[in-house]
Design a protein around this ligand. Sequence first.
Ligand code: NAD
Ligand code: DAU
Length: 352
Amino acid sequence: MNILVTGGAGFIGSNFVRWLKKNAPEHRVVNVDALTYAGNLENLSDIPQDEGYRFVRADIRDRAKMNEIFFENDITHVVNFAAESHVDRSIVDPELFLSTNVLGTQALLDTAKQQWKLAPEDKYSRAFREGVKFLQVSTDEVYGALGKEGFFTEATPLAPNSPYSAAKASADLVCRAYHETFGMPLNITRCSNNYGPYQFPEKLIPLMIHNCMEGKPLPVYGDGMQIRDWLHVDDHCSALYAVLTRGAAGEVYNIGGNNERANLDIVRLIIRSLGAGDELISYVKDRPGHDRRYAIDNTKITTQLGWSPSYTFEEGIQQTIAWYQNHMEWLEHVLSGAYADYYERMYAPFFQ
Ligand code: NAD
Ligand code: DAU
Protein backbone atom coordinates (compact mmCIF):
# COMPACT_ATOMS: atom_id res chain seq x y z
CA MET A 1 0.00 0.00 0.00
CA ASN A 2 1.09 3.59 -0.61
CA ILE A 3 -0.57 5.32 2.32
CA LEU A 4 -1.25 9.05 2.53
CA VAL A 5 -1.43 9.93 6.23
CA THR A 6 -2.81 13.43 6.70
CA GLY A 7 -2.22 15.28 9.98
CA GLY A 8 0.64 12.87 10.67
CA ALA A 9 2.61 15.42 12.72
CA GLY A 10 -0.16 15.62 15.32
CA PHE A 11 -0.77 13.38 18.31
CA ILE A 12 -2.55 10.34 16.84
CA GLY A 13 -1.17 10.74 13.30
CA SER A 14 2.46 10.64 14.49
CA ASN A 15 1.73 7.62 16.66
CA PHE A 16 0.10 5.97 13.62
CA VAL A 17 3.15 6.62 11.40
CA ARG A 18 5.37 5.09 14.10
CA TRP A 19 2.95 2.16 14.52
CA LEU A 20 3.08 1.48 10.78
CA LYS A 21 6.88 1.63 10.68
CA LYS A 22 7.04 -0.91 13.53
CA ASN A 23 4.17 -3.25 12.65
CA ALA A 24 3.73 -2.97 8.88
CA PRO A 25 7.00 -1.59 7.44
CA GLU A 26 6.23 -2.97 3.97
CA HIS A 27 3.92 -0.01 3.25
CA ARG A 28 5.13 3.32 1.88
CA VAL A 29 3.92 6.32 3.89
CA VAL A 30 3.55 9.92 2.76
CA ASN A 31 2.77 12.23 5.67
CA VAL A 32 1.05 15.49 4.73
CA ASP A 33 0.62 18.06 7.46
CA ALA A 34 0.13 21.84 7.41
CA LEU A 35 2.03 22.12 10.73
CA THR A 36 -0.52 24.22 12.58
CA TYR A 37 0.15 24.89 16.28
CA ALA A 38 -0.76 21.20 16.87
CA GLY A 39 1.60 19.76 14.25
CA ASN A 40 5.07 19.02 15.60
CA LEU A 41 7.79 17.29 13.60
CA GLU A 42 9.67 16.57 16.81
CA ASN A 43 6.98 13.90 17.29
CA LEU A 44 8.61 12.06 14.38
CA SER A 45 12.27 12.85 14.93
CA ASP A 46 13.08 9.11 15.24
CA ILE A 47 11.56 8.27 11.83
CA PRO A 48 14.09 8.77 9.01
CA GLN A 49 13.02 10.12 5.63
CA ASP A 50 13.75 7.34 3.16
CA GLU A 51 12.13 5.27 0.42
CA GLY A 52 9.42 4.16 2.81
CA TYR A 53 8.60 7.50 4.48
CA ARG A 54 8.30 11.04 3.23
CA PHE A 55 7.01 14.22 4.88
CA VAL A 56 5.36 17.01 2.86
CA ARG A 57 4.21 20.25 4.41
CA ALA A 58 0.85 21.06 2.81
CA ASP A 59 -2.71 21.99 3.60
CA ILE A 60 -5.35 19.37 2.79
CA ARG A 61 -7.52 22.16 1.37
CA ASP A 62 -4.89 22.82 -1.32
CA ARG A 63 -6.42 20.75 -4.13
CA ALA A 64 -3.61 21.25 -6.63
CA LYS A 65 -1.04 20.09 -4.09
CA MET A 66 -3.16 17.09 -3.04
CA ASN A 67 -3.48 16.05 -6.70
CA GLU A 68 0.26 16.34 -7.19
CA ILE A 69 0.99 14.27 -4.07
CA PHE A 70 -1.48 11.54 -5.10
CA PHE A 71 -0.09 11.36 -8.59
CA GLU A 72 3.62 11.47 -7.70
CA ASN A 73 3.30 8.81 -4.97
CA ASP A 74 0.66 6.59 -6.57
CA ILE A 75 -1.41 6.84 -3.39
CA THR A 76 -3.65 3.80 -2.83
CA HIS A 77 -4.90 4.52 0.70
CA VAL A 78 -5.74 7.67 2.67
CA VAL A 79 -5.96 7.88 6.46
CA ASN A 80 -7.35 11.32 7.19
CA PHE A 81 -6.36 12.56 10.64
CA ALA A 82 -5.86 16.21 9.60
CA ALA A 83 -8.27 18.36 11.57
CA GLU A 84 -8.66 21.05 14.14
CA SER A 85 -9.20 18.80 17.15
CA HIS A 86 -9.67 20.84 20.34
CA VAL A 87 -13.24 21.49 21.51
CA ASP A 88 -12.32 24.59 23.55
CA ARG A 89 -10.68 26.23 20.52
CA SER A 90 -13.76 25.46 18.40
CA ILE A 91 -15.85 27.55 20.79
CA VAL A 92 -13.57 30.52 20.06
CA ASP A 93 -13.14 30.05 16.28
CA PRO A 94 -15.83 27.79 14.74
CA GLU A 95 -15.13 28.85 11.15
CA LEU A 96 -11.62 27.40 11.09
CA PHE A 97 -13.06 24.08 12.25
CA LEU A 98 -15.64 24.01 9.46
CA SER A 99 -13.08 25.01 6.88
CA THR A 100 -10.41 22.43 7.82
CA ASN A 101 -12.57 19.57 9.01
CA VAL A 102 -15.34 19.72 6.40
CA LEU A 103 -13.92 21.41 3.28
CA GLY A 104 -10.50 19.86 3.85
CA THR A 105 -12.05 16.39 3.95
CA GLN A 106 -14.08 17.15 0.83
CA ALA A 107 -10.97 18.34 -1.04
CA LEU A 108 -9.27 15.03 -0.19
CA LEU A 109 -12.32 13.02 -1.24
CA ASP A 110 -12.44 14.85 -4.57
CA THR A 111 -8.75 14.21 -5.14
CA ALA A 112 -9.16 10.51 -4.34
CA LYS A 113 -12.23 10.30 -6.59
CA GLN A 114 -10.41 11.96 -9.47
CA GLN A 115 -7.37 9.70 -9.11
CA TRP A 116 -9.07 6.40 -8.28
CA LYS A 117 -12.25 6.42 -10.37
CA LEU A 118 -11.77 4.40 -13.54
CA ALA A 119 -13.89 6.81 -15.61
CA PRO A 120 -13.62 10.08 -13.68
CA GLU A 121 -15.62 12.10 -16.21
CA ASP A 122 -18.57 9.66 -16.29
CA LYS A 123 -20.97 10.65 -13.53
CA TYR A 124 -22.84 7.33 -13.76
CA SER A 125 -19.76 5.17 -13.36
CA ARG A 126 -19.15 3.78 -9.87
CA ALA A 127 -16.07 1.73 -10.77
CA PHE A 128 -12.95 2.44 -8.74
CA ARG A 129 -9.44 1.10 -9.01
CA GLU A 130 -9.06 -2.27 -7.23
CA GLY A 131 -7.76 -2.21 -3.66
CA VAL A 132 -7.97 1.53 -2.87
CA LYS A 133 -9.53 2.96 0.30
CA PHE A 134 -10.25 6.26 2.08
CA LEU A 135 -10.35 6.07 5.88
CA GLN A 136 -11.96 8.99 7.68
CA VAL A 137 -10.78 9.22 11.30
CA SER A 138 -13.79 10.53 13.16
CA THR A 139 -14.84 10.70 16.79
CA ASP A 140 -17.46 9.48 19.24
CA GLU A 141 -18.32 13.16 19.87
CA VAL A 142 -20.48 13.15 16.72
CA TYR A 143 -23.09 11.19 18.71
CA GLY A 144 -23.48 13.96 21.31
CA ALA A 145 -23.86 13.19 25.01
CA LEU A 146 -25.16 10.17 26.93
CA GLY A 147 -27.02 10.19 30.23
CA LYS A 148 -26.08 7.76 33.03
CA GLU A 149 -27.07 4.70 30.98
CA GLY A 150 -26.40 3.35 27.49
CA PHE A 151 -23.64 3.29 24.89
CA PHE A 152 -22.98 4.73 21.44
CA THR A 153 -23.46 2.16 18.68
CA GLU A 154 -22.86 2.80 14.98
CA ALA A 155 -26.67 3.26 14.66
CA THR A 156 -26.88 6.01 17.28
CA PRO A 157 -28.18 9.20 15.58
CA LEU A 158 -25.64 11.99 15.12
CA ALA A 159 -26.27 14.86 17.56
CA PRO A 160 -23.07 16.91 17.85
CA ASN A 161 -23.00 19.65 20.49
CA SER A 162 -19.81 21.64 19.86
CA PRO A 163 -18.58 23.39 16.69
CA TYR A 164 -15.77 20.80 16.65
CA SER A 165 -18.09 17.80 16.76
CA ALA A 166 -20.54 19.44 14.33
CA ALA A 167 -17.69 19.85 11.85
CA LYS A 168 -16.58 16.22 12.33
CA ALA A 169 -20.18 15.00 11.94
CA SER A 170 -20.52 17.08 8.76
CA ALA A 171 -17.37 15.51 7.35
CA ASP A 172 -18.77 12.06 8.18
CA LEU A 173 -21.92 12.88 6.22
CA VAL A 174 -19.92 14.10 3.24
CA CYS A 175 -17.95 10.82 3.31
CA ARG A 176 -21.19 8.85 3.47
CA ALA A 177 -22.53 10.77 0.47
CA TYR A 178 -19.36 10.06 -1.57
CA HIS A 179 -19.82 6.37 -0.86
CA GLU A 180 -23.54 6.33 -1.70
CA THR A 181 -23.37 8.60 -4.76
CA PHE A 182 -20.00 7.82 -6.31
CA GLY A 183 -19.25 4.37 -4.87
CA MET A 184 -16.11 5.66 -3.15
CA PRO A 185 -14.53 2.77 -1.17
CA LEU A 186 -14.31 4.19 2.32
CA ASN A 187 -14.69 3.62 6.03
CA ILE A 188 -15.44 5.96 8.90
CA THR A 189 -14.10 5.22 12.39
CA ARG A 190 -15.46 6.86 15.54
CA CYS A 191 -13.06 6.53 18.44
CA SER A 192 -13.32 7.59 22.05
CA ASN A 193 -10.79 9.79 23.91
CA ASN A 194 -7.17 8.86 23.26
CA TYR A 195 -4.23 9.25 25.63
CA GLY A 196 -0.54 8.44 25.35
CA PRO A 197 2.81 9.91 24.26
CA TYR A 198 3.04 13.10 22.13
CA GLN A 199 -0.39 14.52 23.01
CA PHE A 200 -0.44 18.32 22.93
CA PRO A 201 -0.65 19.60 26.52
CA GLU A 202 -3.93 21.46 25.98
CA LYS A 203 -5.86 18.18 26.36
CA LEU A 204 -6.93 16.88 29.79
CA ILE A 205 -4.33 14.20 30.58
CA PRO A 206 -1.09 15.88 29.41
CA LEU A 207 -2.26 19.24 30.77
CA MET A 208 -2.87 17.74 34.21
CA ILE A 209 0.43 15.80 34.17
CA HIS A 210 2.37 18.92 33.21
CA ASN A 211 0.67 21.23 35.71
CA CYS A 212 1.04 18.64 38.46
CA MET A 213 4.77 18.24 37.75
CA GLU A 214 5.10 22.04 37.98
CA GLY A 215 2.95 22.33 41.12
CA LYS A 216 0.45 24.50 39.21
CA PRO A 217 -3.37 24.49 39.72
CA LEU A 218 -5.28 21.71 37.94
CA PRO A 219 -8.29 23.34 36.20
CA VAL A 220 -11.28 20.98 36.48
CA TYR A 221 -14.32 22.11 34.47
CA GLY A 222 -17.63 22.24 36.39
CA ASP A 223 -18.03 19.45 38.95
CA GLY A 224 -15.46 17.19 37.24
CA MET A 225 -17.97 14.33 37.01
CA GLN A 226 -18.09 14.25 33.21
CA ILE A 227 -17.21 10.82 31.89
CA ARG A 228 -14.95 9.90 28.96
CA ASP A 229 -14.10 6.42 27.63
CA TRP A 230 -10.28 6.38 27.44
CA LEU A 231 -8.23 4.36 24.94
CA HIS A 232 -4.44 4.19 24.59
CA VAL A 233 -3.33 5.73 21.29
CA ASP A 234 -1.51 2.51 20.24
CA ASP A 235 -4.79 0.62 20.54
CA HIS A 236 -6.47 3.25 18.36
CA CYS A 237 -3.68 2.77 15.78
CA SER A 238 -4.11 -1.03 15.68
CA ALA A 239 -7.87 -0.58 15.29
CA LEU A 240 -7.36 1.86 12.39
CA TYR A 241 -5.07 -0.63 10.66
CA ALA A 242 -7.67 -3.38 11.13
CA VAL A 243 -10.32 -1.18 9.50
CA LEU A 244 -7.96 -0.02 6.74
CA THR A 245 -7.07 -3.58 5.78
CA ARG A 246 -10.24 -5.52 6.66
CA GLY A 247 -13.14 -3.08 7.00
CA ALA A 248 -16.11 -3.65 4.68
CA ALA A 249 -16.61 -0.80 2.18
CA GLY A 250 -18.99 1.91 3.33
CA GLU A 251 -19.08 0.75 6.95
CA VAL A 252 -18.72 2.80 10.12
CA TYR A 253 -16.75 1.28 13.03
CA ASN A 254 -16.82 2.55 16.61
CA ILE A 255 -13.51 2.17 18.48
CA GLY A 256 -13.28 2.06 22.27
CA GLY A 257 -11.90 -0.01 25.11
CA ASN A 258 -14.73 -0.10 27.69
CA ASN A 259 -12.88 2.22 30.01
CA GLU A 260 -15.16 4.92 31.41
CA ARG A 261 -13.66 7.34 33.91
CA ALA A 262 -14.85 10.58 35.51
CA ASN A 263 -12.47 13.49 34.87
CA LEU A 264 -11.96 14.01 38.59
CA ASP A 265 -10.88 10.38 39.07
CA ILE A 266 -8.27 10.80 36.34
CA VAL A 267 -6.99 14.02 37.88
CA ARG A 268 -6.74 12.35 41.31
CA LEU A 269 -4.94 9.34 39.81
CA ILE A 270 -2.37 11.67 38.21
CA ILE A 271 -1.95 13.56 41.48
CA ARG A 272 -1.33 10.31 43.40
CA SER A 273 1.06 8.96 40.78
CA LEU A 274 3.16 12.12 40.93
CA GLY A 275 3.12 12.33 44.71
CA ALA A 276 1.25 15.66 44.79
CA GLY A 277 -1.84 16.63 46.82
CA ASP A 278 -5.54 17.32 46.14
CA GLU A 279 -5.06 21.01 47.06
CA LEU A 280 -3.83 21.52 43.46
CA ILE A 281 -7.38 20.83 42.17
CA SER A 282 -9.03 24.07 41.07
CA TYR A 283 -12.68 23.98 39.97
CA VAL A 284 -13.21 26.43 37.09
CA LYS A 285 -16.22 27.55 35.05
CA ASP A 286 -17.64 24.73 32.93
CA ARG A 287 -17.11 24.42 29.16
CA PRO A 288 -20.23 25.71 27.31
CA GLY A 289 -22.23 22.85 25.82
CA HIS A 290 -20.07 20.36 27.76
CA ASP A 291 -21.04 16.75 26.96
CA ARG A 292 -21.69 14.82 30.17
CA ARG A 293 -20.80 11.27 29.21
CA TYR A 294 -19.34 9.30 26.30
CA ALA A 295 -19.23 5.48 26.17
CA ILE A 296 -18.56 3.26 23.17
CA ASP A 297 -20.18 -0.06 22.31
CA ASN A 298 -17.28 -1.76 20.49
CA THR A 299 -19.14 -4.99 19.60
CA LYS A 300 -18.92 -4.43 15.84
CA ILE A 301 -15.15 -3.98 15.54
CA THR A 302 -14.35 -6.68 18.09
CA THR A 303 -16.66 -9.32 16.60
CA GLN A 304 -16.39 -8.48 12.88
CA LEU A 305 -12.72 -7.49 12.63
CA GLY A 306 -11.29 -9.37 15.61
CA TRP A 307 -9.71 -6.24 17.12
CA SER A 308 -9.29 -5.78 20.85
CA PRO A 309 -7.29 -3.29 22.94
CA SER A 310 -4.02 -4.47 24.45
CA TYR A 311 -3.47 -1.87 27.20
CA THR A 312 -5.23 -1.76 30.55
CA PHE A 313 -5.82 1.84 31.63
CA GLU A 314 -3.71 1.27 34.76
CA GLU A 315 -0.60 0.32 32.75
CA GLY A 316 -1.30 2.83 29.94
CA ILE A 317 -1.65 5.83 32.22
CA GLN A 318 1.50 4.96 34.20
CA GLN A 319 3.44 4.53 30.93
CA THR A 320 2.08 7.89 29.75
CA ILE A 321 2.97 9.72 32.97
CA ALA A 322 6.48 8.24 32.80
CA TRP A 323 6.78 9.29 29.15
CA TYR A 324 6.02 12.94 30.00
CA GLN A 325 8.44 12.82 32.94
CA ASN A 326 11.15 11.55 30.57
CA HIS A 327 10.35 14.06 27.80
CA MET A 328 10.59 17.37 29.62
CA GLU A 329 12.50 18.87 26.69
CA TRP A 330 9.67 17.95 24.29
CA LEU A 331 7.17 19.56 26.68
CA GLU A 332 9.28 22.69 27.05
CA HIS A 333 9.56 23.07 23.26
CA VAL A 334 5.81 22.68 22.85
CA LEU A 335 4.99 25.12 25.60
CA SER A 336 7.53 27.72 24.46
CA GLY A 337 6.58 27.35 20.80
CA ALA A 338 10.20 26.41 19.99
CA TYR A 339 9.07 23.28 18.17
CA ALA A 340 7.90 25.52 15.32
CA ASP A 341 11.56 26.19 14.47
CA TYR A 342 12.21 22.48 14.13
CA TYR A 343 10.82 22.36 10.62
CA GLU A 344 13.21 25.05 9.46
CA ARG A 345 16.19 23.43 11.15
CA MET A 346 15.50 19.86 10.07
CA TYR A 347 13.75 20.19 6.75
CA ALA A 348 14.98 23.36 5.06
CA PRO A 349 18.05 21.52 3.64
CA PHE A 350 15.76 19.07 1.81
CA PHE A 351 13.99 21.86 -0.03
CA GLN A 352 16.92 23.96 -1.21
P1 NAD B 1 -4.03 16.97 16.69
O1 NAD B 1 -4.65 18.31 16.85
O2 NAD B 1 -2.96 16.53 17.65
O3 NAD B 1 -3.41 16.83 15.22
C1 NAD B 1 -4.02 17.35 14.08
C2 NAD B 1 -2.97 17.47 13.00
O4 NAD B 1 -3.62 17.96 11.79
C3 NAD B 1 -1.86 18.48 13.32
O5 NAD B 1 -0.60 17.90 13.04
C4 NAD B 1 -2.14 19.66 12.39
O6 NAD B 1 -0.98 20.37 12.00
C5 NAD B 1 -2.80 18.96 11.22
N1 NAD B 1 -3.67 19.85 10.43
C6 NAD B 1 -4.60 20.72 10.90
N2 NAD B 1 -5.16 21.39 9.86
C7 NAD B 1 -4.60 20.91 8.73
C8 NAD B 1 -4.77 21.18 7.34
N3 NAD B 1 -5.66 22.10 6.92
N4 NAD B 1 -4.03 20.50 6.44
C9 NAD B 1 -3.11 19.59 6.86
N5 NAD B 1 -2.90 19.30 8.16
C10 NAD B 1 -3.63 19.95 9.09
O7 NAD B 1 -5.24 15.94 16.69
P2 NAD B 1 -5.32 14.43 17.19
O8 NAD B 1 -5.75 14.41 18.61
O9 NAD B 1 -4.10 13.73 16.78
O10 NAD B 1 -6.56 13.94 16.31
C11 NAD B 1 -6.35 13.44 14.99
C12 NAD B 1 -7.69 13.07 14.38
O11 NAD B 1 -8.32 12.08 15.20
C13 NAD B 1 -8.67 14.23 14.29
O12 NAD B 1 -9.35 14.12 13.07
C14 NAD B 1 -9.62 14.02 15.46
O13 NAD B 1 -10.90 14.52 15.17
C15 NAD B 1 -9.63 12.51 15.56
N6 NAD B 1 -9.88 11.95 16.91
C16 NAD B 1 -9.15 12.38 17.99
C17 NAD B 1 -9.37 11.79 19.23
C18 NAD B 1 -8.57 12.21 20.45
O14 NAD B 1 -8.87 11.78 21.55
N7 NAD B 1 -7.51 13.02 20.31
C19 NAD B 1 -10.33 10.80 19.38
C20 NAD B 1 -11.08 10.40 18.25
C21 NAD B 1 -10.82 10.99 17.02
O1 DAU C 1 -14.05 11.79 22.42
C1 DAU C 1 -13.06 12.00 21.46
C2 DAU C 1 -12.58 13.44 21.53
O2 DAU C 1 -11.76 13.53 22.71
C3 DAU C 1 -11.80 13.87 20.30
O3 DAU C 1 -12.68 13.86 19.22
C4 DAU C 1 -11.20 15.28 20.49
O4 DAU C 1 -10.39 15.60 19.38
C5 DAU C 1 -10.35 15.26 21.76
O5 DAU C 1 -9.85 16.57 21.99
C6 DAU C 1 -11.18 14.80 22.96
O6 DAU C 1 -12.22 15.76 23.26
P1 DAU C 1 -12.59 16.13 24.78
O7 DAU C 1 -13.25 17.45 24.81
O8 DAU C 1 -13.26 14.99 25.45
O9 DAU C 1 -11.08 16.20 25.38
P2 DAU C 1 -10.36 17.23 26.38
O10 DAU C 1 -9.04 16.63 26.70
O11 DAU C 1 -10.40 18.63 25.89
O12 DAU C 1 -11.29 17.12 27.66
C7 DAU C 1 -11.54 15.88 28.31
C8 DAU C 1 -12.48 16.15 29.47
O13 DAU C 1 -11.78 16.92 30.46
C9 DAU C 1 -13.70 16.97 29.09
O14 DAU C 1 -14.81 16.54 29.87
C10 DAU C 1 -13.31 18.41 29.49
C11 DAU C 1 -12.43 18.17 30.69
N1 DAU C 1 -11.35 19.18 30.92
C12 DAU C 1 -10.51 19.43 29.88
C13 DAU C 1 -9.49 20.34 30.02
C14 DAU C 1 -8.56 20.66 28.87
C15 DAU C 1 -11.20 19.77 32.16
O15 DAU C 1 -11.95 19.51 33.12
N2 DAU C 1 -10.19 20.69 32.30
C16 DAU C 1 -9.33 21.00 31.28
O16 DAU C 1 -8.43 21.86 31.48
